[in-house]
Design a protein around this ligand. Structure first.
Ligand SMILES: Nc1ncnc2c1ncn2[C@@H]1O[C@H](COP(=O)(O)OP(=O)(O)OP(=O)(O)O)[C@@H](O)[C@H]1O
Ligand SMILES: [Zn+2]
Length: 701
């Protein structure tokens, strides 16, 4: 109640604070801090939404939660804890996803300001769209290790969350994952795919079986056939996707998929283990061209590792998360995890659901760690501890409580500015690890970044060009891969522009017959304009189709945010010096940093494997005023028009590696595995601070 005491805030602001209604989206690391700050600043009318429950690993930084709250709703517990600071406040908690249909535009319109404290792009994109529609200012925040960011998003005034391109996720070719892994991450990705094939949402391009079509495996045609042909290979064993069974009565070939097969085996650990780590590897060995310049894999079989079968008891080593398990230990962990996951899956399946992989779910994580390590062993790749695999599989950058607290503090200060309509004081702020040349740890942008006129979300009439192989992409893929996964719609409807022809309906079963049709069969061809809309997001987008014939390994589509990008770009003008750069140029640069080099980025059906983006690492950090301009920009799969790129792109982890002083800090993960993780911190002497950095940011009046 600190700020509720008269005199702490200027009188007019105090009144505004008291009267306003705010929504906090996300009750995690930043969200808890934001809620606490809001209540202590005198906000009375608050709603908070979070879909998750409290995990043990949250407790080291989400201070509204305690041990007794583990397993309970984050939103509800956050509400209860915050009320203890001010029992008179009115706080409504929603234990729900912000993307759920009941939180439509009218819900968002109830609020004066929305503070988002999320951890994934899909939810952020959605909140961005809802706030733009509802015309409610959004204070968007994120942290990634020591880096933090707060920015205002306001329709017509600032850029929106989707105005700037997001960095492409690191990808791996499918055949590397399936046939020729050479790094631990390849095996980890494979293991996550295996999880999905068995228990998760089955994704076509997440096959885990050997890929006989791998170009590297092709020798002279007849040789290749002999090398990989299921019938001529001696044991007749084929990879799972091609596994066929003779129907005894009529000789029909019945194809079985991995999931069904595993179920039919009653999830027998030995059989599954042998299939994935012995038979499939033997099959790979027969693709002899793969191994002419590579070390061939060495299959392992269940009986040699677990001669006496498995035990029901979790052995001691299974909980030693910093230990690098032996391959025998992996086999034990595999068997136990498999048992638990199979039971959970069958239960879910009965309700028409599947499991989704979660690094904090013990059997799911055990399964991936064990399978990844067995595969690493087979391919002579360094094995990793469960702890290390968790951080790689979860794409984790340790969360730092202090960064969250600073970021949340700035969010609430920005809320004060918004309530007073002091827009010019709402510039984006970046929290940094080291002071910049001006001695700033908290670096505000030079000016408010205005909207991108070509933004496919906040422009007046949003439009994109979609280069797509209309002869190879089906309507279902247009919906799932382009509209939902890439353009972040939730329930898209698609019409042929200017006609009443509904190609895709969000109503169940209305256009199901179109799902399996190729686009060109539906007359979606070069030059067609599709009118897409998402009723829930109140979002309309025109898609101009530009057909191209994709080569075998090409992506089948790519989204181009500006038609000009289809033309080759000219050599860009020379880089301006930092001093010469106007604020506008900087903004341009920020927008284009990732689009320029990479060209139009893509998502595709037969696409390389992406490291999942389920955890937040999309913090954008601009280090201004340094000699070398450094940008850290994590972005997604869209590109915008190419503009001069003068910044060096680095991933947060790479940026960290350049720090000199190394301090060991405790990782933010499970208590039981709270071993030291290397993170780097530079020593900062007070004398280095030439300017009080806070003066730039704490600017309440
Ligand atoms: N669609 C959504 N609707 C509501 N809340 C969401 C949605 N997506 C994510 N969140 C919430 O946003 C919060 C983000 O907080 P944070 O980044 O600290 O993640 P966390 O899950 O608590 O921690 P960690 O990922 O490090 O284990 C989480 O509590 C998460 O449940
Ligand atoms: Zn925009």
């Amino acid at each position: 109640m600190a700020a509720a005491i008269d005199g702490v805030l200027p009188g007019t602001l105090q009144e505004l604070v008291k009267k306003s209604k705010v929504l906090v989206v996300g009750a995690g690391g930043i969200g808890c801090e934001v809620l606490k700050n809001l209540v202590l600043s005198g906000f009375h009318d608050i709603e908070i939404i979070d879909l998750d429950t409290i995990d043990l690993s949250n407790l080291n930084r989400q201070f509204l939660f305690h041990r007794e709250h583990v397993g309970k709703s984050k939103a509800r517990v956050a509400r209860e804890s915050a009320l203890s600071f001010n029992p008179d406040a009115k706080i409504i908690a929603h234990h729900d996803s912000v993307t759920a249909s009941q939180y439509g535009v009218s819900f968002f319109q109830k609020f004066d300001v929305i503070l988002s404290a999320l951890d994934n792009r899909a939810a952020r994109n959605h909140v961005n769209r809802m706030c733009l529609n509802a015309e409610v200012p959004l204070i968007e925040s994120g942290t990634s290790g020591y880096n933090g960011q707060v920015e205002l998003i306001k329709r017509g005034l600032t850029q929106c969350y989707e105005c700037t391109p997001k960095e492409k996720q690191r990808t791996f070719p499918g055949c590397t994952i399936r046939n020729t892994p050479s790094e631990p991450i390849h095996c980890i990705v494979w293991a996550k795919h295996l999880f999905n094939q068995l228990f998760g949402e089955s994704v076509d391009d997440e096959d885990i079986s050997p890929d006989a079509a791998d170009p590297d495996a092709q020798g002279p045609p007849q040789e290749a056939d002999a090398a990989v042909g299921g019938d001529g290979d001696g044991d007749g064993k084929k990879p799972m996707e091609e596994k066929e069974e003779e129907d005894a009565t009529n000789g029909n070939v019945v194809r079985i998929n991995t999931r069904q097969w595993a179920k039919d085996c009653d999830y027998d650990a030995g059989q599954l283990f042998n299939k994935f780590f012995d038979e499939d590897i033997n099959y790979l060995l027969k693709m002899s061209h793969l191994w002419t310049s590579r070390k061939p894999p060495v299959p392992v079989s269940w009986d040699t590792l677990v001669p006496e079968g498995t035990t029901d008891v979790q052995p001691e080593f299974a909980r030693q998360h910093h230990k690098v398990w032996t391959v025998e230990e992996c086999a034990h962990v595999f068997a136990n995890a498999l048992k638990e996951l199979a039971a959970a899956f069958l239960k879910q399946e009965a309700e028409g659901e599947t499991l989704s992989w979660d690094k904090d779910d013990q059997p799911a994580m055990d399964f991936v760690a064990a399978c990844a390590n067995v595969r690493s062993y087979i391919f002579n790749i360094e094995r990793k501890s469960r702890f290390e695999i968790k951080s790689m599989a979860g794409n984790i950058i340790p969360a730092i409580a202090t960064t969250n607290a600073i970021t949340a503090g700035i969010s609430v200060l920005r809320t004060f500015n918004v309530l007073q309509a002091k827009w010019e004081q709402c510039k984006a702020v970046y929290a940094r690890l080291r002071p910049n040349a001006r001695g700033q740890f908290l670096v505000p942008d030079a000016s408010l970044a205005g909207p991108n006129p070509n933004c496919y979300v906040c422009a007046l009439d949003p439009a994109i060009t979609l280069r797509i192989d209309t002869k190879r992409v089906h309507m279902k893929e247009l919906r799932d891969d382009v509209l939902i996964k890439t353009l972040n719609m939730l329930h898209p409807d698609v019409n042929m522009m200017g006609t009443a022809t509904i190609l895709l309906s969000s109503e169940e079963d209305e256009t199901t017959e179109n799902d399996s049709k190729l686009l060109h069969e539906l007359n979606v061809v070069d030059g067609t304009i599709l009118s897409c809309d998402d009723f829930h997001q109140n979002y309309n987008l025109s898609i101009i189709i530009s057909h191209f014939n994709a080569e075998r390994d090409d992506p089948l589509f790519e989204v181009v945010a500006d038609a000009k990008q289809l033309q080759p770009t000219k050599e860009q003008p020379k880089k301006e010096t930092a001093e010469e750069e106007t604020a506008k140029a900087k903004e341009e640069r920020k927008r284009s940093a990732n689009g320029a080099d990479d060209g139009p980025s893509t998502s595709k059906r037969s696409r390389p494997t992406e490291i999942e983006d389920d955890d937040d690492d999309d913090c954008l950090v601009i280090e201004e005023d340094n000699d070398e301009d450094v940008m850290i920009v994590a972005t997604d799969n869209l590109s915008v028009e190419s503009t001069p790129k003068t910044a060096i792109k680095r991933k947060p982890s790479e940026a960290m590696e350049e720090e000199e002083d190394i301090t060991e800090i405790l990782d933010s993960s499970d208590e039981e595995e709270a071993g030291p993780t290397k993170c780097k911190r530079s020593r900062i002497e007070p004398s280095d601070l030439k300017i009080d950095p806070l003066l730039e940011v704490i600017n309440i009046d």
